[in-house]
Design a binder for this molecule. Sequence first.
Ligand code: FAD
Length: 388
Amino acid sequence: MEKIFNNTEVAFSLKSDTELERAYFLFKLIESQPLVRIGTAVTNFALKAHLPVEGLIRSTVFDHFCGGVNEKDCLSVVDKMFTKGVSSVLDYSVEGKEEEDQFDAALAMTLKTIEFAKERLAIPFAVFKPTGLGRFALYQKIGEGKSFTDEEKAEWNRVVARFDTVCKMAYDKDVAVLIDGEESWMQDAADDLVMEMMRKYNKEKAIVFNTLQMYRWDRMEYLRKLNAIAKAEDFYIGMKLVRGAYMEKENARAEEKGYKSPICPSKQATDENYDTAVTYMLDHIDHMAIFAGTHNENSSYQLMELMAERNIAKNDSRIFFGQLYGMSDNISYNLAANGYNVAKYLPFGPVRDVMPYLIRRAEENTSVAGQTSRELDLIKKERARRKL
Ligand SMILES: Cc1cc2nc3c(=O)[nH]c(=O)nc-3n(C[C@H](O)[C@H](O)[C@H](O)COP(=O)(O)OP(=O)(O)OC[C@H]3O[C@@H](n4cnc5c(N)ncnc54)[C@H](O)[C@@H]3O)c2cc1C
């Protein structure tokens, strides 16, 4: 497959020189793991103490990784990216809430983003997190096979109703909806619920998408089982394929509680597992749709290759590539320039509420995780090209 991701002119075509410098400065900062750790602690403290740090966060890490504080704020970014063929997924990135009114607010926001998506070609998907619509502990209790009190039963029924409201509206408006994957000890309950939604709303095509985190060694078996059910019951499978964002947490919990870690034994094993899932989905693409959420160049090339081998059009509506806003523009913009479907998650929300999301991004971009050096190299290359 022709290597296309090194074209920095295309990758940064929307960035002015100043914006390019800002990105360089930011990645330089978060390259240092100790700095990220200290920065995270200081920022959390400052926010809790109501110190006026929001402006500083906004002008640095927030503006780089987020579209704005509300959905309307994001529209200028959405329109700008779409001039280069890159779509957006508006991602209400408020996390860790535990109250009913907060779940209802997240529901209302998700419905709003479906409306937005309905009106705009540039927004092909809506997205939500299972724990955005219900308490983590409830999912966990189901997963552990524990029974609910009457009160919890009523609470869970409200979670199911919220899922159904989103998926029904997605179906009625013909907007696909991605449902994020989270920690393994709550995911079983979410998987069952999402399958229920697929059964109901994926009769004609994939509207509801679950997420498979391929750092889990049990996910291929899950996908095969789901496929057997979908075939028997005649519904489509929509699946976002990612590697997974909670590896340290998963390993730490497994060690602490003394069970076998659900995570693959090595990065290579995760990579192979991811590639196996991509191939499997393409082998069954007649009743599946795939959203490949990855910043991994090899995985992206592999999917491009598989599509070419099978004579699948680059813009086949069943296949999307996805990256996060503020990362791997070299993949997103070059894919779009070459005619593939690409969408970037565009997070938004009040600054203090999106901090857990921003901290995850900063952590995964330290030099240890290895992303940053690539981002920095690409920016340096583009700087040099512009000087010439
Ligand atoms: C559009 C989009 C949507 C996403 N949605 C979700 C989501 O719903 N849920 C979620 O959990 N994450 C999600 N992510 C994040 C994703 O799971 C990864 O954390 C992130 O994309 C990095 O993986 P990668 O494939 O891009 O690349 P790479 O940099 O090649 O892979 C890094 C990943 O490999 C795995 N890994 C690293 N070291 C090891 C090791 N020693 N052993 C085993 N595995 C290892 C980890 O998963 C790590 O994150 C999403 C990412 C994108 C781009």
